[in-house]
Design a protein around this ligand. Sequence first.
Ligand code: HEM
Length: 65
Amino acid sequence: MADTPASGCGPHQCLGQPLARPEPQIVYGTLHRRTPGLRPAVACEEIEFVPEETIYGVRALPVTW
Ligand code: HEM
């Protein structure tokens, strides 16, 4: 595993990398398998983003399936 800015680098780089990296693959793979019709419930233009946060993201993501 190479050093990445998201998990730090050097002697104090994140010890959770081996867990944190496969986690989203497992989560989203399982979610897709269990709810194959999962999709946004609103148009992409209506999704509000939160640009001022340390971790960039959406304020809410209404979904339907
Ligand atoms: C997406 C998930 C994660 C991200 C982005 C992340 C990011 C980071 C970052 C930036 C650091 C600081 C590195 C530094 O001091 O230069 C760190 C340290 C650390 N992380 Fe994570 N981390 C994540 C998940 C986890 C998980 C799941 C665990 C444990 C199960 C964990 C355990 C640790 C520990 C113990 C340190 C301290 C390492 C040290 O100071 O020697 N992290 N992490």
